[in-house]
Design a protein around this ligand. Sequence first.
Ligand code: ADP
Ligand code: MG
Length: 304
Amino acid sequence: METARAKAAVLIEALPYLQEFRGRTMVVKFGGAAMAPEGDLSNVLFSIVFLSHVGIRPVIVHGGGPFITRAMKARGKEPTFVRGQRVTDAESLALVEEVLIHEVNARIVREIEALGGQAVGLHCRHGKPLLAEKLFGQADDGSAVDLGFVGRVFSVRAKPIHEALASGSVPVLAPLAVTLDGQTLNCNADGVAWKVAADLKAEKLVLLSDVPGILRDRDDDRSLLSTVTRDEVEQLERDGVIAGGMLPKVDACVQAVEAGVRKAHMIDGRIPHSLLLEIFTDEGIGTEIVRSRPQAAGHARPQR
Ligand code: ADP
Ligand code: MG
């Protein structure tokens, strides 16, 4: 009986969130060890199918770093990153396309369908929802670095995404964009996700990764910063707390909230059903990037 009561309490706690979020769009970036090639994607995809069935409109943007790195190493190539952005030469681009479209995107679509949901893969070869221009990287001394076939999305064609959502499907976007000349560019999926969230006027941007959120000390999960303001981000970058793959993530969250997305979070995709915990419980988890700290709220999480 106790267990049954606890289960009912969980459902009741979810009700206001279900009421609030019904019909709203949530962009979920799925990456990191949360998506290891040998791992199980169903924990995250089950949450996505759940959201889709209760009338929330999830849009997935996936990464695929571990899959790409594995495929490159198998061909004797070492991946290179500049401030969290993967350098992509012509040979790597062909490999990245192959891996992201045929391995990762297709697998996510297939697994959503296996869980009873519907999904549509969208990328540079189908639907072409992302338009990008070449992006130059920045070295730590501020000088420009040629990253190769790497892009920055400047426009999202919302039509194929809306069509998928209208038919009850989950749009699954690979971070492969095209230029106005038709050249494919590899984009950091965090950067794609914030732009998609902004252009779709999403309620939330959620970045799932293999860390609990922003850690002050990367070796200590208890040092999690549960809310960080845009101004604090700069200081954390200067102090070297935010580095590597965390840089594009934090930037994505800041850009999203500046563009009007209501909430931007980073959460741990390794925790079972972390996405549902973040959306449907009062506590929330991970790190949220906020415009400013709520008055007199101390260190409590801001009201939703
Ligand atoms: P994803 O595929 O999810 O984008 P990345 O490897 O690009 O994963 O980025 C996540 C990584 O960022 C973490 O695994 C961690 O090594 C690194 N990182 C850098 N600074 C921090 C920090 N302050 N807190 C947590 N992780 C950090
Ligand atoms: Mg990354």
